[in-house]
Design a protein around this ligand. Structure first.
Ligand SMILES: [Mg+2]
Length: 252
């Protein structure tokens, strides 16, 4: 058996040899990893897309005197944002309230979203492709996040995608470090070669800061977590108002 007992060259050594021989092109040595919601596309658009799907899925079952979609949109901009479906069902006086709410949640999460990348996000992904390794780390319910990734065509634009819910519920959602550790391994980069770009000060930067990544906050007008505050060690290393500024802050 040829080579038996010899230490196999590690992946990085192997790649360097192939590059030196001209068999493959040199790959970028730095990685930019993005959050999804309100970083690459507007989360509000996803929510309203889901409300449209829910309104279409329940004709006649909700004895509402108001237009269901319009009422959900109104409630989204009130303190009842987190319990829109419950309020709708309560106001309708439905007898099977719990079942109806769970069906509305299911319809919301599994709908095919009508969403688009922010213009600066689309431009950044085009511009950065080939110059950096690109990845995505996102929390959120697996089925819903997968539908967003599909709708935005991200599988073709990114090298690696990790949806933390894939490991079984909220246990590994941010700020758990597992996704960040795994992403660096998958992309074959050192922590110091990684940057994470995200919008939520409350949870997004704790793990990558601790691991030695660069961290960048994208501040978007109208984002869901605009007013979130950072816990100790959770502040971003830099802040941008547009992904057009990303390379400038990463190279300072
Ligand atoms: Mg986000």
């Amino acid at each position: 058996m040829a080579g038996a007992g010899k230490r196999l060259p590690c992946r990085r050594e192997d790649r360097r040899r192939e590059i030196a021989l001209g068999r493959i092109a040199a790959m970028p040595r730095c990685a930019i990893i993005f959050d999804l919601d309100d970083t690459l596309y507007p989360e509000r658009a996803y929510t309203f897309s889901g409300f449209r799907a829910v309104a279409a899925a329940f004709p006649g079952r909700l004895c509402a005197s108001f237009a269901l979609y319009d009422r959900m949109r109104e409630l989204y901009d009130t303190p009842d944002r987190g319990r829109v479906f419950n309020v709708i069902v309560e106001q309708c006086g439905c007898s099977d309230a719990d079942l109806l709410v769970s069906e509305m949640v299911a319809a919301f999460r599994k709908h095919q979203p009508d969403i688009r990348l922010f213009p600066d996000a689309a431009a950044a992904l085009d511009r950065l492709r080939g110059r950096y390794k690109l990845g995505l780390i996102s929390d959120g319910f697996l089925e819903a996040q997968q539908a967003k990734v599909c709708a935005l065509g991200l599988a073709d634009r990114l090298d690696e995608i990790i949806i933390t819910d894939q490991w079984g519920g909220r246990k590994f959602w941010k700020p758990h470090p597992r996704a960040f550790e795994e992403m660096a391994v998958r992309l074959d980069v050192a922590p110091s070669e990684c940057a994470y770009v995200a919008d939520n000060r409350a949870k997004d930067f704790i793990a990558p800061n601790a691991l030695g990544w660069r961290t960048v906050l994208i501040e978007r007008r109208g984002a869901v977590y605009t007013d979130a505050t950072a816990p100790p060690h959770g502040d971003p290393g830099a802040t941008v108002a547009s992904l057009d500024e990303l390379e400038a802050v990463l190279h300072t």
